[in-house]
Write a protein that binds this ligand. Structure first.
Ligand SMILES: CCCCCCCCCCCCCCCCCC(=O)SCCNC(=O)CCNC(=O)[C@H](O)C(C)(C)COP(=O)(O)OP(=O)(O)OC[C@H]1O[C@@H](n2cnc3c(N)ncnc32)[C@H](O)[C@@H]1OP(=O)(O)O
Ligand SMILES: NC(=O)C1=CN([C@@H]2O[C@H](COP(=O)(O)OP(=O)(O)OC[C@H]3O[C@@H](n4cnc5c(N)ncnc54)[C@H](OP(=O)(O)O)[C@@H]3O)[C@@H](O)[C@H]2O)C=CC1
Length: 514
């Protein structure tokens, strides 16, 4: 029997961000491996016209939870959705709910965050910093609390090249920032934001760093651990390979490439693509929860869950996705999937003009001519903006030390190492990437596998159109050149007479043989 799975039996667990990508996989694994847990409290807000209960039902009815329903048939009774908005004071939790949370919670997994790179500083600080402080304050009033696990990101210190498993101080104290945001108006905040975030690439990574500082400063006597995953990708093994459900990180790029919108990207091919499967992150989270509660380390331990130092894959290898698109094409692609990597800014601008903007403009002209509303240029601009925000991460490599993560691995029994496996050395990248693309097609785009032959036919047609278009373009350009340049004319006559002579010789020699 797994010690970790047994540890969660009978426990009351509080999860923030349970409706997010990581949160759902965390809940799934908890229910599947510890079906005898007492309750999982999740802090949820109503969204997109759905009530809390509707949101919970939608999650439990998804394919992700199919195995859970077999192992834990009364899973609906074990989830307690609590109305909460982390943007508000006391999270807007009712008195009764708060009382129950304070008196019953044994373990907290704090996953909620805004992960948008372009959020406003005010909102990102509220969610990634102030809400963390508020949750720690709540945690300090929980008599039964055994561990508080805070999810940060491996990029919270991406302004450094080598990152250790320690909490680095930020230049400005989080408290000062929280206080000043209370009275500064939005225009001034926008003006000072670049000065505050300095060499961090965006508000997200900066506020995650502030969040870690808050954890350190407000830890009181709590048993706390911080987990820093790198780029969280689709599931590797559990509950099945390739599960994804949002367009963040590589997912949106995979869709844009597979649908033929994105044909070139400014990336350093040899830079490490530090993707880490979401189930691996969740396994570490559960192992850390157990270790922190049982072994009670004297200080707050930070755990890196990254792939680069143990089983590196670079962006060049990630282009394997292209080969996968041949086997498993996405439906209705705009162009044939192809991607050029360039680390040169000038070449990148060139590709943007030729491979992205020009086809979008041509397509919009076609839409206009056929009486439809043009939309491709707008979509392309949005895509290029997104790609430009991700460029920072695909043109650099970082080194993350993993002493604590390795130490934890060695503390686990062989059974726990199997059930809560976070050893990425066993991961086969090519297989993972193929399953990832398949997962994006099935679970994110919700495309039917039966449509693959049709999609392949369309790819063939697009390839023929591509060749035809290029040939026509070449002939037009050549015709124009011949009309204007004597030298081009000479070259043309030379080529034609050479071909003619070659053909005559070939014909003559074959007649002789007969
Ligand atoms: C060639 C080979 C390629 C190989 C692969 C290469 C991969 C490279 C990837 C590199 C990734 C690097 C990531 C680094 C991450 C750092 C680690 C972290 O902690 S970071 C943690 C991770 N954080 C990040 O990765 C955040 C990065 N992303 C962002 O910050 C923002 O998306 C943005 C600012 C980039 C764009 O903002 P904006 O332009 O406002 O766009 P929106 O966001 O609002 O959405 C656009 C559209 O999509 C719709 N839609 C949404 N969801 C779904 C869905 N589930 N289903 C379907 N659709 C969905 C949505 O409805 C909207 O459509 P519409 O309503 O207009 O019709
Ligand atoms: N995905 C990645 O690549 C990486 C993620 N991380 C970290 O992992 C954690 C989880 O990320 P991930 O699952 O990908 O993110 P998601 O965006 O998928 O999920 C974010 C979660 O936070 C919740 N949330 C946001 N705002 C509020 C609010 N005001 N009140 C209540 N809940 C709120 C969301 O709820 P709702 O559904 O209502 O919006 C959602 O459940 C984050 O801390 C992130 O920093 C770290 C490294 C990489």
């Amino acid at each position: 029997m797994s010690t970790i799975a047994a540890f969660y039996g009978g426990k009351s667990i509080l999860i923030t961000g349970a409706t997010g990508f990581l949160g759902k996989v965390l809940m799934e694994k908890l229910f599947r491996t510890s079906p005898d847990l007492k309750v999982i409290y999740i802090l949820v807000r109503p969204k997109a016209g759905q009530t809390l209960q509707q949101r919970v039902f939608q999650i439990l009815d998804s394919k992700l939870f199919e195995k859970v329903k077999e192992v834990c048939p009364n899973v609906h009774e074990k989830i307690r959705a609590i109305y909460a908005d982390l943007n508000q004071n006391d999270f807007a939790i009712s008195k009764e709910d708060m009382q129950e949370l304070l008196s019953c919670t044994n373990i907290i997994f704090h996953c909620a965050a805004t992960v948008r790179f372009d959020d406003t500083l005010r909102h990102a600080v509220q969610l990634n910093v102030t809400a963390t402080r508020q949750l720690l304050l709540m945690a300090s009033q929980m008599p039964k609390l055994e561990a508080f696990i805070h999810i940060s990101t491996a990029y919270s210190n991406c302004n450094l090249k080598h990152i250790d498993e320690v909490i680095y101080p930020c230049p400005v104290e989080p408290k000062k920032i929280i206080d000043s945001l209370e009275w500064l108006d939005d225009a001034i905040i926008d003006e000072i934001t670049p000065k505050l975030i300095r060499d961090w690439p965006n508000i997200y990574t900066y506020t995650k760093a502030l969040g870690e500082m808050v954890v350190q400063q407000e830890s009181r006597n709590l048993n706390i651990a911080i987990i820093r995953p790198s780029i969280v990708g689709a599931t590797w093994q559990e509950p099945f390979p390739g599960w994804v459900d949002n367009i963040n990180g590589p997912n949106g790029i995979i869709i844009a490439t597979g649908k033929g919108f994105l044909r070139a990207i400014k990336a350093t091919p040899m830079a490490v693509a530090d993707v880490i499967p979401v189930d691996t992150v969740v396994n570490l989270m559960l192992a850390v929860g157990w270790y922190t509660a049982v072994h009670r380390p004297k200080s707050t331990l930070v755990y890196h869950i990254t792939s680069g130092n143990m089983n590196p894959c670079n962006w060049h290898k990630m282009v394997q996705v292209l080969a996968t698109f041949e086997k498993i094409p996405f439906e209705r692609p705009f162009r044939r999937p192809n991607a050029n990597f360039t680390s040169n800014s000038f070449t990148s601008q060139y590709w943007n003009a030729v491979s992205h903007r020009a086809p979008a403009i041509i397509y919009d002209c076609y839409l206009r001519l056929t009486g439809r509303k043009p939309r491709m240029t707008k979509l392309m601009n949005r895509l290029l903006r997104t790609v430009s925000m991700l460029e920072y991460f695909i043109n650099r490599s970082w080194e993350w030390s993993t002493y604590n993560t390795e130490m934890l691995m060695s503390e686990l029994s062989p059974e726990d190492q199997r059930v809560f496996n976070f050893d990425v050395r066993q991961l086969n990248w090519l297989e993972y990437i193929e399953n990832y693309v398949l997962g994006v097609k099935k679970y994110l785009l919700k495309e039917d596998m039966a449509g693959i032959p049709k999609a392949k036919q369309r790819l063939k047609r697009l390839r023929n159109i591509h060749y035809l278009f290029n040939t026509a373009l070449f002939l037009i350009a050549w015709r124009l050149l011949i009309a204007r340049s004597q030298m081009a004319r000479n070259v043309w006559f030379f080529i034609v007479s050479f071909c003619y002579k070659f053909l005559s010789y070939f014909r003559a020699s074959s007649t002789l043989k007969v």
